[in-house]
Design a protein around this ligand. Structure first.
Ligand SMILES: NC(=O)c1ccc[n+]([C@@H]2O[C@H](COP(=O)([O-])OP(=O)(O)OC[C@H]3O[C@@H](n4cnc5c(N)ncnc54)[C@H](OP(=O)(O)O)[C@@H]3O)[C@@H](O)[C@H]2O)c1
Length: 288
């Protein structure tokens, strides 16, 4: 597996497997399947309520822990220095491991400076190897990155052929922060399957449009974590290292970028309220 070097010198796989919307019951089977076909980077989160499934799979699999790269994320209800510290211990317990490879702040809300301080401490005590952010738009990203003692290793953003994040990437470069793509397959958006540029490229390279979409990210040095519950698709999404898109084809895909949609923007107050209350459906006692 091709790796990418983070700003603290750690190498991580450039392609991994994400488990958002994989039920706790299904998660163990999915991660075991993903490991069996060759994934070594697994991306979960406290708010996916499936960290135990990931932990059970990594214990059951034959893959040595040192070959795995586990990412999880601190949810907003665990924001702040003390709560975050406790939640890291809880994630370690659920993941059945004594260290997390990459820990992210999931959303840029609540007392995230306090969360970051707890994460910096967790690096110093060896509970976490690298720390980063998720959904931090350029303004909040720079705000945190400027004062942080440990600069964010990654920022995980919605990044795919329709949402290319060029402006966000430009702000991350000075801090050596890597882009990590969530929704790298546009979450199954039918436009990906039907776009004429993408289907022409799929035909040219004898690949699927999903493989072209992932290859585009990898060639931009963007870490991608596609999710699939199906073994064949897991295999297909990994099979992108035997071809290279030409510079002209990269430029062609760049034309697919679309203006950001305010409804799904983390600057939309309605989305902020939705996210702040998100885990009440799983955990009615959660309070901040
Ligand atoms: N930081 C954040 O806020 C955030 C937000 C969302 C996601 N994430 C992370 O990013 C990961 C990926 O994002 P995502 O799961 O939202 O979306 P995604 O990976 O872009 O798309 C997943 C969808 O694509 C389908 N799919 C996968 N491979 C396919 C293939 N080869 N051909 C056709 N369809 C295919 C899947 O269906 P099947 O499962 O039926 O195959 C599923 O419906 C998540 O799992 C999670 O780890 C992070």
């Amino acid at each position: 597996m091709q790796t990418i070097k983070l700003n603290n010198g750690i190498e991580m796989p450039i392609l991994g497997y994400g488990v958002f919307q994989v039920s706790p019951q299904e998660c163990e089977r999915c991660v075991l399947d993903a490991l069996s076909v060759g994934y070594r980077l697994i991306d979960t989160a406290q708010a996916y309520y499936n960290e135990e499934g990931v932990g059970n799979a990594i214990v059951k699999s034959e893959v040595p822990r040192s070959e795995l790269f586990l990412t999880t994320k601190v949810w907003v209800t665990n924001a702040g220095e003390d709560k975050c510290a406790r939640s890291i211990d809880e994630s370690l317990r659920k993941l059945r491991t004594d260290y997390i490879d990459l820990l992210l702040i999931h959303q840029p809300f609540g007392d995230y400076p306090g969360t970051w301080r707890a994460m910096e401490k967790a690096v110093k005590t060896g509970k976490v190897r690298a720390i980063g952010l998720s959904n931090f738009y350029p303004d909040r990203f720079v705000d945190l990155a400027e004062y942080a003692e440990i600069k964010p290793a990654v920022n995980q953003l919605k990044t795919n052929v329709f949402s290319q994040q060029w402006d966000a990437e430009a702000e991350m470069i000075p801090y050596g922060t890597r882009m990590m793509a969530w929704a790298p397959l546009a979450q199954g958006n039918v436009d990906l399957q039907s776009d004429s540029r993408m289907t022409a490229l799929a035909e040219k390279y004898q690949k699927t449009v999903q493989q072209i979409a992932l290859r585009y990210l990898i060639q931009r040095d963007i870490i991608a974590i596609p999710k699939s519950a199906h073994l064949q698709r897991m295999e297909q999404n990994l099979d992108i290292f035997d071809f290279t898109l030409t510079p002209d084809d990269m430029a062609e895909i760049r034309l697919l970028d679309r203006p950001a949609d305010f409804n799904s923007s983390h600057r939309n107050p309605n989305l902020v309220k939705f996210l702040l209350n998100y885990d009440k459906q799983f955990n009615p006692d959660a309070n901040r």
